[in-house]
Design a protein. Structure first.
Lengths: 279, 125, 279, 125
């Protein structure tokens, strides 16, 4: 039986990946952020999951306005790093887990989640930066990956509650998969940031800290937050945080926070990281 | 009137915005391909012609006017692809949109970012 | 205020379109089918809807296995007839209603339907044949069209209940659109047929008649039918009938059957047509 | 064992089936484009090479063995695109898959189709 052993919430700022790709992690600017990643990487080395289900969003890489899926799941054997405008990142190809991915896709649809099933999916920084954050720079990624891609660019994204319910359904369906696998779920994006407009650069540290706290203690309360509150309080791109609720939904009622790290800034963004285990 | 209309300096990319910017953003999307990036660099104006942009959108692309691009239906994830070509950072673009130099913007971020206080609602002080 | 004035359930067999395109509707083979379409066309001429929301499925035309949306909604200005393998049908371009389509897309997502929003959508026989059946061969289609494309090819399709609930949500959202429009909803596909395998050609007339009856009197009961019953009783392609439940859901609790027509065969399929009005 | 496994002569296109037939079906999908149809007609074997089909799948395409194509992961909406090229009808294909001539299949359909009685479950009589 497959089972979810942990959840990870993390920002997926492209500049974090670029700092690693360009060997800048010890610079004055980046050292404080990467120092904080150390213990999480250590935890990950010990945890050694078989599969990571990564809830992330595409940023005009694999999907354009021609085609905007609210929830997509990648069922392919492999996923290539995307060319986002300056050539693909030089990171290992992402290897899928088609059997579990199809099991999820089929059962999510039968449980009234209107998934888009994707066989051809280039993965952008939204997915590869979290891998880099948690696994550093290996020659091959040490686990299989199932990409779950959420639209958060075209308004409206799915509600926080819908994302949380997706996570809950993922947990039930993983538990019904007939193979002995350990699974971690990533929720990615956020924390507070706004890339656009005259308000670009807005950061709301109290909002972020409260979100990290309540992700442990009051996730149901968080699911009631309307989109406008994310946009107003956490910036137009802070709304990515709904994806962390999908991760949290997959962990069940109670969790233990194993680790937390929070740093401002990473490029234009407040970078957060939380590692949670179900109890 | 939408519930997010009173948030200052923020262009929510909803259906209305998306309809307005469809051609503009799809031009930006084409820059995901290396061959297209080269074509665009060779002759920006020619590359833009026939892609259905309005004259104002075309002007704003040529001018690298990122705030104007937003106002004309652009989405930052799409329009930033133009900045990538120019090797400009997100801080440069953020600064330009908010009337600051890249250096000033970077310093603001290093000091904890733009304050949320005073920036929640139009007319708030 | 926009309002839904009627629902139409109809098969969308490609051969029906081909019979019209090739001027064969008076042939011995086709005359009985097309004779039965007469009163429905007459009703349609009188009804003159402003918009048709057409629930249909794509058949490896606009979407391939690269990308399989469970529910997609077309928000474009126009939709071109698709090349399904022998060149596009020579029918008018389909004109959309982007304002209402976006209103639907945004509100469906906020109401927990995980729509895929589509700007570039070639429409195949699943959508154009129902237009031909109801509007005959005009130079331009006499109403705007909003395509709602449902996956029924990759198993599993959404459940009948999920489709019904989609229809209910569509009705509520149409009613909240601030423009005076009359809307008809098409549910297309079916009725009993199986195109594939050693069981190809299976037809189940009692099943179809019961479905047509209960679509009026017991739609909730129909929503409880599991996929396996459709496949077993109505053939593997008969499962398209779940799309009729979306149409029925959009009509509210009680309906009046204005017209019904049923004929076997149209190519390999039992062709059904029902016109329902909310009461 | 799936709840539909006992339905006779029916290849439900579920995830398992779809994985098996992905390359085969995507080849069929390519025939939606006129230019590809012409290339395929010119040299079927060469067109198929490099598209990742298994030798058995390639053989079944060249042989127009529609039942075998299903068994190898094909989906009828995809594989029928090959028949369209040959100007074959769905009745022809249906007949071939069920061991009947096109004429016999058409007559069966004209007489109300294949009976559901006896065809609901494997082993049913
Ligand atoms: Fe992001
Ligand atoms: Fe169909």
């Amino acid at each position: 039986m497959a089972r979810i052993v942990a959840g990870i919430g993390t920002s997926h700022v492209p500049a974090i990946g670029a700092a690693m790709d360009n060997g800048l992690t010890d610079s004055d600017y980046w050292a404080p952020l990467f120092k904080g990643y150390g213990p999480a990487r250590e935890w990950m080395r010990k945890t050694q999951p078989d599969v990571a289900i990564i809830i992330y969003n595409d940023h005009a890489s694999a999907f354009s306005l021609e085609f905007i899926p609210t929830f997509a799941i990648g069922v392919a054997d492999t996923f290539q790093p995307a060319d986002e405008g300056y050539g693909p990142r030089d990171v290992p190809v992402v290897v899928g887990h088609p059997a579990l991915a199809w099991h999820l896709a089929e059962n999510l649809i039968l449980n009234e989640f209107d998934m888009t099933i994707v066989n051809n999916l280039a993965v952008d920084h939204g997915l590869t930066v979290p891998l880099s954050i948690m696994f550093d720079q290996p020659d091959v990624w040490p686990c299989r990956v199932i990409p779950v891609c959420v639209n958060v660019i075209q308004y409206p994204p799915p509600t926080g509650k819908r994302c949380y319910d997706l996570g809950r359904a993922i947990a039930r369906i993983v538990a019904s998969f007939d193979e002995d696998l350990t699974v971690v779920v990533f929720g990615t994006g956020g924390m507070s940031h706004q890339l656009q407009g005259e308000r670009a650069g807005v950061i709301n540290q109290p909002f972020d800290i409260d979100f990290l706290d309540r992700l442990v203690s009051d996730p149901i309360g968080l699911t009631e937050r309307p989109h406008v509150d994310y946009i107003r309080e956490a910036g137009s791109e802070g709304i990515e945080l709904v994806m962390w609720l999908a991760m949290r939904g997959a962990l069940g009622e109670s969790v233990r926070q194993v680790y937390r790290h929070y740093h401002v800034p990473a490029s234009n963004t407040a970078a957060g990281l939380t590692v949670l285990e179900p109890v | 009137m939408k519930d997010y209309s009173d948030i200052p300096g923020t262009y929510v990319f909803d259906g209305e915005h998306s309809r307005k910017g469809y051609r503009l953003n799809m031009f930006c999307m084409s820059l995901n391909e290396e061959a297209n990036r080269e074509l665009f660099i060779q002759d920006e104006s020619a590359y833009l012609d026939g892609r259905g942009l309005t004259p104002a959108q075309k002007r704003a692309v040529l001018d690298r006017d990122y705030l104007e691009l937003l106002k004309l239906g652009g989405n930052i994830y799409y329009t930033f692809k133009i900045a990538m070509l120019d090797r400009k950072s997100m801080q440069y673009v953020g600064g330009q949109m908010s009337g600051m130099t890249e250096e000033a913007f970077k310093e603001m971020m290093a000091n904890g970012g733009r304050a949320i206080e005073g920036n929640r609602r139009v007319g708030e002080s």
